[in-house]
Write a protein that binds this ligand. Structure first.
Ligand code: DLL
Length: 434
């Protein structure tokens, strides 16, 4: 039996009843304890006491990031401060940070969700889980920590940074699972190789990687270098942290923790639900959160429900890998481009490494996009003709995939700053005309 199998293998009716019972409680709690929800439900004419089916949720208004920012810091808490046991906050690189609180129960649920990932990956008690997500207000580190505790795995609380030490302890302590951002996983793997090590022969067998978009090609690269099965984990601080949805070893979509969250996929323009299988914006309603419950939270993350059932036997629905965000979408000369689409093209070229940054600037009235990308270490960087040829092939590849011109600048290995957490892929230097 796997960890919490009874909750990940529920029959449709059983799950439906559990969700409905929890939904009724959540909307009433929100209405009675959070002034924002009282106002927004009243304005939308949504009666939380009249919810009698899951479809009734469609009548409730959305919540968005701005609503959370307006409630900064604690106006969205549904419990008194003496029940709050932890505060976590989003990185807040754009605008005010969003703040979520956790009761003891909320932390247990969060830990359970992450622990399912450890189980999906093939770990359990006795497995050393090297948590190289940042510990602190960012939810990665402490989410991993709670997960280890709930399943009884061996937590190795590395946090991010000190990469050579990550490699040394991974080897010395026999790490089984590495948990960090995919870009940092690749950096750890490359550092190990530079140190003359071959981690593919070590006990490590799986990775639980998330917090930023990544491609299947990058997955393959990490899997080969570390000799592991790399799984995707999704979450966001407002909704809980890592563990809202996690891949199993089938690597065919991320299983949603449906006992704790209702997932909708909506058209980002109209807010109307799209059919299963179609791409749209993920919207979550929490079902068991006590401190910071959320009703129909718009994530701005683009995904879709993966149709059909998973070969692993779990019955929970799956979301596809995040294709990007409605707001990290670059608009280059009118064309919508996600950084991940660029990554998918470049990883097909063996002369370049997946270390890149996209710079947006002005070219007169037009946008100019430049991809700066490193070569692999053994590329003859001094041979101008080879560089020019590579640049041209990359440019042509990008043009045919994206229908927009991206200039390519090849740079030497190790000239693009490595990230320990979420990689910053886009630098927008465009002047914003008012
Ligand atoms: O990144 C929580 C997390 C930590 C998830 C560790 C997974 C692992 P925030 O800092 O609030 O929380 O950022 C949330 O990151 O809305 C997505 O845009 C992006 N994101 C998270 N996981 C993935 C993923 C954490 N697996 C924002 N793939 C989200 C793509 C992801 N994007």
């Amino acid at each position: 039996m796997g960890f919490q199998d009874e909750l990940t293998h529920m029959g449709a009716d059983e799950l439906h009843d559990l969700q409905l019972e929890r939904l009724k409680k959540t909307v009433v709690d929100c209405y009675e304890h959070i002034p924002f929800y009282k106002r927004s439900f009243d304005e939308a004419g949504f009666d939380p006491y009249a919810v009698s089916s899951l479809d009734d949720l469609q009548k409730a208004p959305f919540t968005d990031k701005q609503n959370m920012r307006d409630a900064y810091p604690f106006d969205m808490y549904a419990v008194p401060m003496d029940e709050v046991k932890r505060i976590q906050a989003s990185s807040g690189t754009t605008g005010t940070a969003t703040v979520a609180g956790y009761t003891e129960h909320d932390m247990a649920v969060w830990g359970d969700c992450f622990a399912r990932g450890i189980d999906y990956a093939g770990g359990g008690p006795g497995t050393v889980v090297q948590v190289a997500y940042g510990y602190g207000l960012f939810t990665g580190g402490l989410g991993g920590s709670e997960g280890c505790r709930r399943i009884g795995a061996v937590e190795l609380p590395m946090s991010s940074g000190n990469t050579q030490r990550q490699v040394k302890l991974m080897k010395d302590f026999g790490t089984g699972i590495l948990a960090c951002t995919p870009s940092y996983a690749l950096h750890i793997a490359d550092t190990a190789i530079e140190m003359g090590e071959d981690p593919s022969g070590w006990p490590i067998f799986a990775g639980i990687f998330g917090a930023e978009p990544w491609s299947n090609e990058m997955r393959k690269d990490i899997e080969e270098k570390l000799g592991i099965c790399a799984l995707d984990i999704y979450g966001l601080s407002e909704v809980m942290g890592p563990g809202v949805a996690i891949e199993c070893r089938e690597q065919n979509g991320l299983h949603i923790a449906e006992d704790h969250f209702i997932t909708e996929v909506v058209d980002p323009e109209t807010g109307k639900p799209v059919p299963d299988g179609e791409w749209g914006e993920l919207v979550f309603t929490s079902l068991s959160k006590e401190c910071s419950p959320l009703v129909r939270y718009r994530t701005r993350d683009i995904s879709r429900i993966v149709p059909g059932t998973c070969a692993c036997g779990r019955t929970t629905r799956r979301i596809d890998r995040i294709a990007g965000r409605t707001d990290d979408m670059m608009i280059i000369r009118g064309v919508n481009v996600f950084p991940r689409q660029i990554e998918q093209v470049v990883v097909g070229f063996e002369e370049v490494a997946p270390h890149y940054v996209i710079e947006l600037s002005n070219d007169g009235p037009l946008d100019k996009a430049t991809l700066k990308i490193e070569t692999v270490p053994d590329f003859p960087i001094d041979e101008v003709r080879k560089i020019e040829d590579l640049q041209k092939r990359l440019q042509d590849g990008l043009k045919s995939e994206l229908q927009v011109k991206i200039d390519v600048r090849i740079v030497e290995p190790k000239t693009i700053e490595r990230s320990l957490g979420k990689a910053k892929r886009v630098v927008d230097l465009r002047e914003k005309g008012e």
